[in-house]
Design a protein around this ligand. Sequence first.
Ligand code: SF4
Length: 316
Amino acid sequence: MRIDAFSAPTMVTWQLTRDCNLACLHCCTDSAPGKALPGELSRERALKLAREIAAAGVPYAMIVGGEPTLVPHFAEVCRALSEGGVLLKIETNGMNFDPAAVEGLKIRSIQVSLDGATPATYARQRPGGDLAKVLETCRRIVAAKLPLEITFAPTRLNIHEAERVIALAAELGAFRFNTGKLMRLGTAAKLWDRLQPSAEQYAEFRALLDASRAPLELCYLPFSLEEELTGRLAQPSGTLLILPDGRVKVFAALPFTCADASRHSFLEAWDAYRRAWRDPRVLNALERLAANPALAAKANAWVCLDSISHDLPAVV
Ligand code: SF4
């Protein structure tokens, strides 16, 4: 595997919390107000982990949630990573993101979710959300000269506004628009029949993306989990996904965790991750998932592989 040659992950995706100030119908992490996990990392543990990530030479980290800005030590974690040389992408719903919190840090981009072009559609998919407030945040991000990305999760509720959201993203000054098929994970899986766009809607959406001449980068490949799995089965990603309590996930759409960054060192977790990709339980589950993507609905009921003590082939 290519990852065997890497002494550290090429990227870390770190879910700081499951708490959120919105309760989106399509949320893939089951986040919502008051949903912080009981064992989420304390400030001290989170800062220790941030320093380990930087010391390992990880070049890039995505700070996500839930809503990461709700974590009291959000800015300190970002600063520790940045000062250690890690370039950051921060994913936020934009409701209370303050560009001043990341002033002077190494920021690759701030990604804001924009799941509607009209206040009614936006609020329907993102209960608790306020489109005007989020648009104002986007303007402040661009005014602070921070690179802005927009992400759009298509559902039956908002897919008809996709073209207007792309235009809005360009008008706001975003350099990139990210999208793809809705993931059958978390809250989205529970509300799947209500949210999943029809085949016709997806075909129109894909044609819109393929034909778009909008003056920003459109990122939508791989378009579906099935397409992503084809690549993953051939070559695991060099990305480590850290959950809010420090556990490390093998793959977002599978339930398996392979290490716990609050008990193991970051590099031990990286070794466990690489071993996990040789574990027959993981490989079998990936094949079953490729045949039946609906199985992703169980991905947030985490199952520990315990691969640190498991007798698997050593990483060379
Ligand atoms: S999709 Fe994002 S903003 Fe919405 S509930 Fe989930 S974490 Fe919060």
